[in-house]
Design a protein around this ligand. Sequence first.
Ligand SMILES: C[S@@+](CC[C@H](N)C(=O)[O-])C[C@H]1O[C@@H](n2cnc3c(N)ncnc32)[C@H](O)[C@@H]1O
Length: 486
Amino acid sequence: MEELQNALDKKSLKFSTLPEKGRCLFAARDFSPGEVLLSENPYVCVPNKNKESPLCKCEWCFSTTNLKKCSGCHVIWYCSSKCQRSDWKLHSAECKVLSKVDKQRVNSLTPSLLLMVKLCIRRKLEIEKVIPTSATESYKYVEALVSHMSDINEKQLLLYAQMANLVNLILQCPDFQLNVKEIAENFSKLACNAHTICDGELRPLGTGLYPFISIINHSCLPNSVLVFEGRLAVVRAMQHIPKGTEVLISYVDIAGSTLTRQKALKEQYYFTCACSRCIKLGQSDDIRESAVLEGYRCKDSQCDGFLLRNSDDKGFICQQCGFLREKEEITNITIKLKSMSEKASALLSSGHKTEAIEAYKMIERMQLLLYQPFSISLMRNWETLIKIFMELQDWREALSYCRLTVPAYERAYPRSYPLVGLQYYMCGKFEWLLGETEAAVRSLTKALDILRVTHGTKSPFMVELVNTVEEARAEALYKLHSQVRD
Ligand SMILES: C[S@@+](CC[C@H](N)C(=O)[O-])C[C@H]1O[C@@H](n2cnc3c(N)ncnc32)[C@H](O)[C@@H]1O
């Protein structure tokens, strides 16, 4: 505890505990927007490999190019000998373990199993003093993480026990000194403490355990943001944080209604959020916000009122014009939308992109009849369309949908939120590709204003963004001069 506070003192942070939250981090001085509060290398991490992210990645830096398999275990990939050397202390032991696992089993190992294998190995190497412990890196900080073992249901417990058995089988060695119960508890710890490692555009790359950053609690209106520079996790102030304020990040997508956010937090993190947004649950502002983000629109296409459930539960009443929308009509459209979404997603996963586009456009038309213009469902459907058009390199169509999402993002997220900046960035990139230089300058400048606070300016992603903005500004100026000359 004293060692932990000493390490945090250097960063002007104060460790504390609150009865309703457990461990917390507080600012021990004022922090300005964009200032780094805390940065940490992963205690252990693994690249993702799943249906959404099928490419193999370098175990150290997550690069997907120039990959070579480790010649010892034939399981782990590296993009360079530099990355392989950096990982060697841990991987030399991991390599021996993985090379003994039969080929079929090794291919079916999920990232979370591999992460747990690494965690057990790192612990053993610390005990053997192969990897030294320090004031900030030690297995004792993993031991201090919350596990919520008493909150998880039997089904989940059984799953963790099965996974723990598998890890034990893979490790095949008694000197790991961890029993199945301890490993199962560690799985539970990973579920509520591990972080998804993302690139600058917040696309997931892997999963990592960062025991210091794991002390930071959640808020649906956070004052800080967690981003990654490669494998390094960096927490930055998104706004001015006065001395004595708790440092808070968001654990879940904060775009949803209070009920949706609270459900997600309860399911994965076992707490009822009482942040400054959540305490408004049931108040008129909160009801209006939920109705706009997840509720239905007025049947009268000219009216932009939001609907609330009628007291007799037969339908929904527009709060502006008093029109009733029958429950049955809404149920029918919702059922149709569900079946259309299933078809569209099947078309997409079978590679029928043109047909999928038509299906998602049909969904959009139906959503426009049912939901508010700033609805989250509509926003997600536009995001899918942008993704498909990007894959087809149809920048014009991608831009038109991207422009629709920007106001929806601005409505759903706080103003300086990274996702808002990234949506402007995406628009700017499409405009730049399409030669719409002035529009690109406007969008990229907005992106830069937000992202220089959340992402800093030093990462390769931000350096590239700064360069693109400068290039776009120079080209816009050149075009302006040419027009004046002509
Ligand atoms: C990553 S840990 C955060 C640190 C944690 N407080 C601790 O004692 O180690 C996540 C857990 O912290 C608690 N937590 C985080 N944010 C909270 C909040 N806003 N209100 C109540 N509990 C919270 C929940 O138990 C959650 O599962």
